[in-house]
Design a protein around this ligand. Structure first.
Ligand SMILES: Nc1nc2c(ncn2[C@@H]2O[C@H](COP(=O)(O)OP(=O)(O)O)[C@@H](O)[C@H]2O)c(=O)[nH]1
Ligand SMILES: [Mg+2]
Length: 230
């Protein structure tokens, strides 16, 4: 990408939304991996650690979202985005922002409207078995619903900012990423997957790594499948 850097003057080509709940240990690595032309928007959602300060110290724009929930944070970041493209990534160092340019290129080239990073675990501990199995069932359902072969509800993703803002995603909990894919497909977007390495996260998981988080995610996603039709 040769669009100038968000931090070193010039406006960014990509705003990267990083939903963040207590990720002070992961943020320095994540924010040190930003490609040129990418501005980080860390959405803090009531962290009790120094996430917000660490994010600022590493040059990120920090958005504070008082309403709890992954989707509330992701949506606040989407609303704050002003660059032509918007990307999403977990802030737990499981995914590498340096992989973004390959995804961005497909959107820039007009070859896809939404690009998802298909997670390829680098070790057995990167992705717990229950999460991997649940994801496989989910991917099969997404494939049937969208008519596009999908293997993963990848958290690393890129699309045009204005189009994504106009999609009208309503979920404010863990259904947000699935609702994005189903609404995009319903609107005729071309969805593409690219492989990305998936590393063991830094610290403890809040969504699929806990029983409560997993049950909430299953409930939210079942509701999205009922409500959003591609
Ligand atoms: N802002 C915000 N971020 C969250 C929330 N829950 C999880 N996250 C962040 O979302 C990303 C994914 O969560 P994670 O716990 O890694 O879920 P997993 O990938 O399913 O294990 C991480 O960057 C978390 O810090 C939340 O309620 N609010
Ligand atoms: Mg994670």
């Amino acid at each position: 990408m040769n669009h100038g850097s968000g931090e070193r003057g010039g406006s960014p080509h990509v705003d990267l939304v990083l939903p963040c709940l207590d990720e002070e240990r992961a943020l320095p690595w994540v924010l040190g991996r930003l490609p040129d032309g990418v501005r980080a928007i860390v959405v803090d959602n009531g962290s009790t650690d120094r996430s917000a300060e660490v994010a600022r110290e590493h040059g990120a724009t920090v958005v504070t979202e008082p309403r709890r929930g992954f989707g509330a944070a992701a949506n606040a970041g989407l609303e704050a985005a002003t660059a032509p493209l918007v990307a999403f990534c977990d802030a737990d160092a499981s995914l590498d922002p340096a992989d973004l340019p390959r995804l961005v290129r497909l959107v820039d080239a007009g070859e896809a409207d939404l690009v998802l990073g298909r997670r390829r675990p680098t070790s057995g501990s990167a992705w717990p078995l229950h999460a991997r199995l649940a994801n496989r069932v989910l991917a099969a359902r997404m494939t049937r619903r969208t008519g596009t072969p999908l293997h993963d509800l990848g958290p690393l993703r890129v699309a045009e900012t204005a189009r994504l803002q106009a999609l009208g995603i309503r979920d404010r909990r863990s259904g947000f990423p699935l609702e994005m894919v189903l609404r995009a497909a319903a609107d005729g977007w071309r969805i593409r997957e690219l492989d990305v390495p998936y590393r063991p996260r830094e610290g403890r998981s809040k969504v699929t790594g806990t029983v409560r988080g997993t049950l909430t995610a299953i409930g939210d996603m079942s509701r999205i499948f009922r409500e959003v039709h591609a």
